[in-house]
Design a protein around this ligand. Structure first.
Ligand code: PEP
Length: 255
């Protein structure tokens, strides 16, 4: 399967600044032969400005979150229909900042997962342990719970309908990347879990790694057999470092 490099722009940049960055990324991609898959996830208010830049191009557009109902009296929330109408193909769900800062539960994330799948948006479900959970030897238990509850009753028809991102909480925005071995071990576990739910389809479900990925760490991460791409925060906020990751993804794809 093709490598995916996905940028999570979090709560950064105005719509105009987001469009400038998208344009810079797109123009850098133009000189990359057989480019890997690339996705950017701007803030909700920047989706339409970025869409006007990326429409019809190879740069895909995603959102950072959505609500678990299709419409109604949910002040401040955003629906899958709104995301689709804004040009999104993907939506990040269960990011650790939403789990830990905004207290989202596995059950809530599961409702969103089901609605995203029904709506033909590709959900990227994020899972990952905190440092104290890792130190207590609980990594596998945490990932098992987050996958089991988060993916309950989710039945993707094709492998491309869904992606998983392993994002150890201790590695997000901290400059500490999981070692390639640490990441691969968890990715293998995730793959096994997916296989127990979805059979051989699971072999082609993308499992991304996220957590302080940068140009120095990406190559060795992408060499691992079960790492199918990266979800990137900090290094996606400027064109030069993000394009370096896209080049690394392209090289891994073509070797
Ligand atoms: C993220 O927020 O998904 C992330 C991986 O951030 P960073 O790359 O900055 O650690």
């Amino acid at each position: 399967m093709s490598i995916l490099i996905a940028g999570n722009w979090k709560m950064n940049m105005t719509p105009a600044e987001s469009a400038v960055l998208a344009r810079e990324i797109l123009s850098g991609m133009a000189s990359i032969e057989k480019c890997c898959d690339v996705l950017v996830c701007p803030s909700h208010v920047a989706l339409t400005s970025v869409r006007s830049v990326v429409d019809g191009s190879a740069l895909q557009l995603g959102a950072q979150n959505m609500y678990c109902e299709p419409k109604g009296a949910f002040t401040g929330e955003i629906s899958p229909g709104m995301l689709l109408a804004s040009g999104c193909s993907h939506v990040i769900l269960g990011h650790s900042e939403r789990r830990h800062v905004l207290n989202e539960s596995d059950e809530f994330i599961n409702k969103k997962m089901k609605l995203a799948l029904q709506s033909n948006l590709v959900p990227i479900i994020c899972v990952g342990e905190t440092i104290s959970e890792r130190n207590d030897g609980l990594t596998v238990d945490i990932i098992k719970r987050q996958l089991e509850l988060g993916l309950k009753d989710c039945r993707p028809e094709r492998a491309d309908d869904l992606a998983v991102a392993y994002e150890p909480v201790w590695a997000i925005g901290t400059g500490k990347t999981a070692s390639p071995d640490q990441a691969q071990q968890v990715h293998v576990y995730i793959r096994e879990q997916l296989r127990s739910y979805y059979g051989k389809t699971a072999m082609s479900i993308r499992i991304l790694y996220g957590g302080s990925v940068n140009a120095d760490t990406i190559d060795s991460l992408l060499m691992q057999p079960d790492i199918d791409g990266a979800l990137v925060g900090g290094a996606s906020l400027k064109a030069v470092p993000f394009l370096a990751l896209i080049r690394a993804g392209t090289k891994a794809n073509n070797t």
